[in-house]
Design a protein around this ligand. Structure first.
Ligand code: SF4
Length: 373
């Protein structure tokens, strides 16, 4: 299949499906060359190798959005998932266009909390007086959530957090508020709450499909932390028995996991922390050290390749891949870039102005606090 780029006005994804890897690589690089500094390609740490090799910048979702907004690129091609592209649109410059090469690249965790459910939960809590004059509740959302939920937090005095700054932000908001309502990852919320000595019986789990989230009024009044019942389908696959098994096989191995893992796993691990923490820990570890890592497989594989003198392995024997992020393949990237060359912006992700305004307030509270700290 041969297409001459300059002759193309718009290009169809179907034309790319039969191309060889080599052909796709060539097309991606040719399009990048033509677009020059007009485009920046972002690759999330969990992205597949054949896509990440084309990225100008790699990082976690928050780092990437900030880095992209600091460039003058007209087009930000985000090889990640939908909420990340939304964040790039919120944090980016007004004239920057954000492109998600496959609109099917969502996040199962972000999809577990929609704005109608969150507003309904807040209303129910207000009706029973758990939110109100005499009970100050801070809504806090993990970066891995929709723009609408970030905006909800902005409107209601709350904030956004990442897995890197969840601990200091919990510290601040737990001191200033009677309770926190944390969306959408119950595990990050629970693991962070436990670091502040909040007992499990003071953490209520809010199931959006049940009245009062499946709790009694009393339980909600007593709770210090209300956790939305969401989780990451990738990190949720690590189980406590994986830790037992790996320790049995290799007694001197260290277990390092992401706090999106369930707390029974985090409890058994030696260390837990954000993606950046995981990378830094392995980078700084002595040669010969052994690590079993509980996070997305592409990141673990790359750590393995970067540090052949350290033993790095995935905590689980089976594949723990972010299947939605994997949807962004070289075909999608080549297609999106060739369309830009042809003057067509495909799969643009935009957040409406009102949502953007409030989401930015919640993000700015985080940024201001993190920078001060
Ligand atoms: S790894 Fe989990 S939280 Fe991250 S994008 Fe994939 S599904 Fe969402």
């Amino acid at each position: 299949m041969t297409m001459i780029l300059d002759e193309v006005k718009t290009v169809n994804i179907e034309d790319y499906l039969a191309m060889t890897d080599e052909e796709l690589d060539k097309r991606i690089e040719a399009a990048r060359k033509k677009l020059g500094s007009r485009v920046v390609i972002l690759g999330h740490h969990y992205q597949r190798d054949d896509v990440i090799e084309h990225a100008d910048l790699t990082g976690d979702s928050y780092q990437l959005s900030v880095m992209a907004s600091q460039t003058d690129a007209e087009f930000i091609v985000f090889c990640g998932v939908h909420f990340m592209a939304e964040s790039a649109n919120i944090l980016g410059k007004p004239d920057q266009k954000v492109i998600l090469p496959d609109l099917g690249a969502g996040c199962s965790m972000a999809d577990m909390a929609n704005i109608e459910q969150v507003e309904d939960a807040w209303e129910q809590l207000t009706e029973i007086g758990v939110v109100g004059e005499n009970s100050k509740v801070a809504p806090m959302t993990y970066m891995n959530s929709t723009a609408a939920i970030k905006a909800f937090c902005g409107r209601n005095g709350g904030v956004v957090c990442t897995s890197s700054n969840a601990v200091p932000l919990f510290d601040k908001y737990l001191k200033e508020y009677d309770k926190m309502f944390f969306f959408p990852d119950q595990h990050l919320g629970r693991n962070t709450g436990l670091k502040f000595g909040i007992p499990l019986d003071k953490m209520a789990l809010w199931n959006p499909h049940e009245e009062l989230g499946g709790n009694t009024e009393e339980e909600l009044r007593e709770a210090r932390l209300i956790l939305w019942k969401g989780h990451c389908s990738v990190h949720g696959r690590f189980k406590p028995w994986h830790v037992d098994q790996v320790r049995k096989q290799t007694p001197d191995i260290q277990v390092l996991v992401h706090p999106e893992c369930m707390y029974e796993v985090v409890e058994k691990a030696d260390l837990n922390g954000s993606t950046s923490f995981i990378i830094k820990t392995v980078e700084n570890a002595p040669d010969g050290s052994k690590w079993a890592i509980g996070t997305e497989v592409n990141l673990v594989n790359r750590l393995q390749e970067r540090f052949p003198d350290k033993e790095v392995r995935l905590l689980a024997p089976d594949l723990c891949m972010c299947a939605t992020m994997y949807r962004i393949a070289p075909q999608n990237l080549a297609w999106a870039l060739d369309n830009l060359v042809a003057g067509v912006v495909v799969n643009e992700i935009t957040v409406d102005e009102e949502t953007k305004k409030w989401a930015l307030i919640a993000l700015d509270r985080m940024i201001e606090f993190t920078e001060k700290g």
